[in-house]
Design a protein around this ligand. Structure first.
Ligand code: ATP
Length: 466
């Protein structure tokens, strides 16, 4: 990869240096954004998201080095190269102590600038890669199914046990609860991992096309069939076929699917020769499949063929304690690895109290929306508070949820309830890290420990940090 392909924020108030420095860096292949004072430097950092900052410490309006030094904290996510005068050795050392990655003296030697900036960009890239790998690793451990709630832990345990078998699986659960995520996890944990995972939404394909979609068709078998077309069963051969919303499958197609499941063979539309495919079938629906069997709208024999085992994805309402954790995950994903992001305690507590009829998907889209609307603070962090969430919710679907009716209770009781909600939310959002939770809540660690004892929360939230 070209070592000179990064994005540099050049912060210097001297127009001549801006011009020459930018031209030299651009000539090497870097993208350059310019800023000439403290405020525009902060704004450009937020908007341009550079890989590296070149920073002159003495700038308007104050022309005092302290103003430049204070920017080091705001830019701490990326390597900062400080530009100093020749006589400013002490200042350069102080800048390095306060987080600058390197320094270079004016008048700047262009070759030295090339070397230092090139190294800084490489460091920035490595750090970005490490962050991305860490994020991916922490998600992979749980097959991307995040949550500490008992039904979620039980679900992951079942996936670990059922994934490697050949059993077919039916996943039942309300919309947006992660059924497809579970199906993919089953595929990933099984021996078919390297083969394709093919999903078909049985309700989204018109009934008359579903057969050809699954089994394929031969040229001329119907108007518009201009050539032979293999179906999704053929594409999934050796892997997993995920039948999403299987409850929507029309009755004639149910018969044909059953035949395939029993015999392992199928007939493409317009074909005479049976084809064979080796697929593991995982089916899912938000509908009450056993109820549909009982009322005759879903074939009983097919249901028993599909249901080697039944897994259930719980509604988000039944795993409220996971809401802040999931919300923080989605917020971080939406903001990206290069920015820090966190949920303010009032936001976490509010989220945990919402009904979530659209389940995890609804929470995810709210966090996507909040992340898109949120402005990073002066330190480049995105902190989503309750006001931002309410705003995002209003702009998301235009229907702010009404606040629940206040219950009749005394002030002490109400305060204790609020404390429990905010503390639980902070602990969940930080994986029970007490120091981090105390910081989020704006209290000391000792203060938090006392509250945990007073509110009887200590045993529910064992300490995570050593
Ligand atoms: N426990 C979880 N951890 C992380 N992400 C989750 C979790 N559960 C669901 N999601 C995310 O929520 C979104 C909705 O999940 P998914 O599509 O799997 O739900 P579904 O039950 O199949 O929905 P539908 O019934 O509408 O098809 C996806 O982006 C998924 O990654």
């Amino acid at each position: 990869m070209n070592p000179y392909s990064g994005h540099i924020l050049l912060v210097d108030d001297e127009p001549a240096f801006q011009r020459l420095g930018a031209a030299w860096l651009q000539g090497l292949g870097f993208r350059v954004t310019l800023a000439g004072d403290v405020d525009s430097a902060l704004q450009s950092f937020r908007e341009a998201r550079p890989d590296v900052v070149l920073l002159d410490l003495v700038m308007p309006p104050s022309l005092k080095p302290e103003a430049g030094l204070s920017l080091l904290e705001a830019f701490r996510e990326v390597p900062v190269i400080v530009i100093t005068g020749h006589a400013d050795h002490a200042l350069a050392l102080e800048a390095t102590e306060r987080g600058a990655w390197d320094f270079i003296a004016k008048p700047v030697d262009p070759e030295l600038l090339r070397l230092i900036v090139g190294r800084a960009v490489q460091k920035a890239r490595l750090e970005q890669e490490v962050q991305a790998l860490k994020a991916a690793a922490s998600v992979d451990e749980d097959y991307g199914i995040v949550g500490h709630a008992a039904p979620v832990r039980a679900l992951r345990d079942m996936i670990r046990r059922v994934g490697p078998t050949r059993l077919s699986v039916v996943i039942l659960g309300p919309t947006g609860t992660g059924k497809e995520l579970v199906a993919r996890a089953l595929h990933k944990t099984g021996a078919r991992n390297g083969a394709p995972f093919v999903a078909v939404h049985c309700g989204a394909v018109p009934a008359e096309l579903l057969e050809s979609e699954l089994f394929g068709h031969l040229k001329g078998s119907f108007t518009g069939a201009h050539r032979d077309q293999p179906g999704l069963l053929a594409s999934a051969d050796g892997g997993t076929l995920f039948l999403d919303e299987v409850g929507e499958m029309p009755a004639p197609m149910q018969v044909k699917l059953l035949r395939f499941l029993q015999e392992g063979t199928y007939l493409p539309v317009g074909g005479r020769e049976l084809k064979r495919a080796d697929v593991r079938v995982v089916a899912a629906t938000h509908r009450d499949l056993p109820g549909m069997v009982a009322d005759g709208s879903f074939r009983e024999d097919l249901f028993y063929r599909l249901k080697g085992i039944v897994l259930r994805t719980p509604p988000l309402d039944e795993r409220r304690d996971d809401v802040p954790l999931l919300a923080t995950l989605f917020l971080k994903r939406a903001v990206g690895a290069r920015r820090r992001a966190q949920l303010a305690p009032d936001a976490a507590a509010w989220l945990a109290g919402q009904p979530w009829p659209g389940n995890v998907r609804e929470l995810q889209s709210l966090m996507d929306c909040a992340a898109a609307l949120a402005e990073p603070n002066a330190r480049g962090e995105v902190v989503v508070g309750l006001d931002a969430l309410l705003f995002a919710q209003g702009s998301g679907d235009g229907s702010a949820k009404p606040e629940p009716e206040p219950r009749r209770q005394g002030l002490d009781e109400a305060i204790a309830e609020l404390e429990v909600r905010m503390i639980t939310a902070a602990l969940n959002a930080t994986n029970n890290n007490r120091s981090e939770s105390a910081r989020l809540l704006g209290i000391s660690r000792v203060g938090l420990l006392k509250k945990l004892d007073r509110l009887g929360l200590r045993q529910d939230h064992p300490a995570a940090e050593r």
